[in-house]
Design a protein around this ligand. Sequence first.
Ligand code: NDP
Length: 444
Amino acid sequence: MSYVDEMIQRAVNKNPGEPEFHQAVREVLDSLRPVIDRDEDMYRRDAILERLTEPDRVISFRVPWINDKGHVKVNRGYRVQFSSAIGPYKGGLRFHPSVNQGIVKFLGFEQIFKNALTGLPIGGGKGGSDFDPKGKSDREVMAFCQSFMSELYRHIGANIDVPAGDIGVGGREVGYLYGQFKRLTGRYEGVLTGKGLTFGGSLVRTEATGYGLIYITEEMLRDHDMTMSGKTVVVSGSGNVATYAVERAQHFGAKVVAMSDSNGYVYDPKGIQVDVVKEIKEKRRGRIKEYVDAVPTAKYTEGKGVWSIPCDIALPCATQNELTLDDIRTLKDNGCFAVAEGANMPVTQEATDFILENKMLFLPGKASNAGGVTTSALEMTQNSERVYWSFEKTDSRLKEIMVNIYAQISTAAKEYGVEDNFVIGANIAAFKKVSDAMHSQGVV
Ligand code: NDP
């Protein structure tokens, strides 16, 4: 059996009940075959893949908190510190009922490669909890965040591990988490990113993942003699990533006709009004169906059918495995030629295979949604220097890095004879950097 096949099997055997982690390992290792096969003995001898697929550590803890009725609730918290080969652990916290160890491990594993692609000195980690902030009062969210941080604080630090937001963790949650960290340690340091602008946050962090997704998509189109201008786009989700992807796509002249949430989707043939979405989601914390109250010409449909809407470009920005083989077949039949992942692993393995077989353009999340962590790393830089950069400076640095990520993944794909296969290109470009650092640092 080849080293890669052995390691995929090992990951499955050693991590029972973690299908998302198996999926992420399989996806990455499969695409590393051209690199590993060239020097299998060396990789085997150094056990690079065993070490790469085993987190440095997995921390799991109890999070007790009191709800508004005075009842004690208990959730489970996680932090997976996956790899510090190229820098301190860096990756978001997700608060969602679906969170479990396998999901956090899949996200932490992906984060290693994403962070490597940014070219910045950050390792891979991820965390979160099965707590659901939806429907909770501000006080309940604060109580939960304070309890969560009361355990997490001993494992993190500006030069150790720097968490950020993800699904269910936005500016409000990061603020409460940061306040509690400061209270417990007495230290004012860049230990979390995505902070408020008045206490060390960076301009552009809110917009970064969505904007970055559009910068790299535009670069891919430019490389294929096209632009976003005039293209019809469908975006899933209506959270942080989705909202700012829509905003930037429109800035480049695209027409975004649909967005969704976990209940349903809106179709607005005249083009989504992003201010209405921000009002609903960021201010009122409401549901996407409320969009039609403000824009009666739009149509709301309950359920998962957002990919049935014809478009040129699909941007899945909600959650993992949300775009299936059936969805991609429908998209292609309707004329879609490009998919770029805003979320982490939103396209299933079968759908990805279909995309690649059918020569559609495809940007994997670890490249295309790296704008968030990029700007988080820029926030760390600003915190260390005790300065604030302007919006323009931060945005142009973000754009430069996204364009550079495209160059790296496209060059790696060409080098290994799979031009335009950015899945292989991204995994190889990132892996080479991380495995080189692991090799140099000896057996640790
Ligand atoms: P938000 O919580 O802001 O928004 C998530 C959106 O996805 C909401 O519209 C939510 O709908 C929808 N969604 C979540 N879970 C499901 C589900 N199971 N089925 C259908 N829809 C769902 O999160 P973000 O925008 O921050 O994150 C979205 C994705 O992007 C995630 O995969 C995240 O890991 C990834 N990402 C985020 C980064 C960031 O900077 N924020 C950076 C890089 C990646 P509802 O409100 O109904 O739950």
